[in-house]
Design a protein around this ligand. Structure first.
Ligand code: ADP
Length: 338
């Protein structure tokens, strides 16, 4: 549904070039919620602005819903852009207009008649749970309500794709949850494809089917969240699902064991202890529902170096568990993604 190929964006300011995007190949499937995460300055905003060509990429192509936007002339580009909705961190509502008039704005620009505009705006306000606030002004609404108006406005052109630029970053955790739930509902009810950028792992965990990690203008990891969790050494998986726990001392091997769905780790761990007569310390454990599937992870410590533990690790793998050996000196990094 959204494909970028070899996307680059170089900003030149005061004689210095900054490569905000350095060859980004992104592929978002139809009907999925896709999250791009990364620290501040990684290039996320530039990427999302290049997807609807608010920003012209320096090179590379952008295709949305089968149309190559980068090759469209001005008039066709405006039409194509009206089919891409965008939601902003600070809502970008017009304070002098009522809620309903804010939602009608894109329809006015598209030349839709007054009656039809009004009908559509009321329908959208109902969809986002604000049917009784049409006559209010933005200043009379809470942050979450303002974002609902922003979402209704983004849907005015019946888009197939919704882009969300840190839509929940200005909201408290509870409101964040309700807005994410709304995005999820719209994704399911309308078959809307959602591309969101965020610096919050919780957002990815709550709503994303797929995710990409951006660093220095590049995508360094991407895939379906459930697949990432099953990928040994995945940085995103560790950030999404930290189990914490520090090794107790030198000369031990720290292992992260991941299990999906039915299989349970605990009996296997006690079997391991009995079979090899070793003391196993559990450093941390967590169970989460990600993308509707239950995933558990346990960080355990085995006595002895890695070479001494090849057989026990093989035993865990044979039992069908995913086993990642933490590098020596590895300490879990909390909130590494900002
Ligand atoms: P993020 O959204 O991940 O925080 P941005 O896309 O905003 O990252 O920025 C990526 C890089 O591009 C940063 O180094 C930033 O300073 C630079 N940058 C972004 N916009 C501009 C601009 N208009 N002019 C010059 N440099 C910019």
């Amino acid at each position: 549904m959204i494909t970028t190929t070899g996307l680059t964006k170089v900003y030149r300011s005061r004689g210095r070039d900054t490569a905000a995007l350095d060859g980004v190949d992104l592929h978002v499937r139809e009907g999925e919620v896709y999250g791009v995460v990364g620290r501040s300055g990684a290039g996320k905003s530039t990427l999302i602005r290049c997807v609807n060509l608010l920003e012209r990429p320096t090179s590379g192509t952008v295709e949305v819903a089968g149309e190559e936007l980068t090759s469209l002339p001005g008039s066709s580009l405006r039409a194509a852009r009206s089919r891409i909705g965008m939601v902003f961190q600070h809502f970008n509502l017009l304070s002098a207009r009522t809620v309903q008039a804010n939602v009608e704005l894109p329809l006015e620009i598209l030349g839709v008649s007054g009656k039809e505009r009004s009908r559509k705006a009321l329908e959208l306000l109902d969809l986002v749970g604000l049917s009784d606030r049409g006559k209010a002004y933005p200043a009379q609404l809470s942050g979450g309500q303002k974002q609902r108006v922003g979402i209704a406005r983004a849907l005015a052109g019946d888009p197939k794709v919704l882009l969300s630029d840190e839509a929940t970053s200005a909201l408290d955790p509870e409101t964040t949850r309700s807005i994410l739930q709304l995005l999820r509902d719209l994704n399911q009810q309308l078959g809307l494809t959602v591309l969101l950028i965020t610096h919050e792992m919780e957002v990815v965990k709550a709503v994303c089917d797929s995710a990409a990690l951006m660093k220095d203008g590049r995508i360094v990891e991407s895939g379906r969240v459930t697949e990432l969790l099953a990928t040994p050494g995945s940085e995103l998986a560790h950030e999404l699902f930290p189990v914490g726990g520090h090794p107790s001392g030198e000369g031990s091997t720290v292992v992260d064991v991941t299990f999906h769905g039915e299989s349970a780790t605990e009996p296997v761990i006690s079997q391991l202890a009995r079979t090899y007569n070793i003391d196993i310390s559990v450093l941390g454990a967590a169970l989460e529902t990600i993308g509707g599937r239950q995933v558990g992870r346990m960080r355990i410590e085995l006595p002895g170096r890695f070479e001494d533990n090849v057989v026990p690790i093989g035993f865990l793998r044979e039992k069908g568990l995913q086993v990642d050996v933490a590098p020596v000196g590895d300490t879990p990094v909390k909130e590494a993604v900002k």
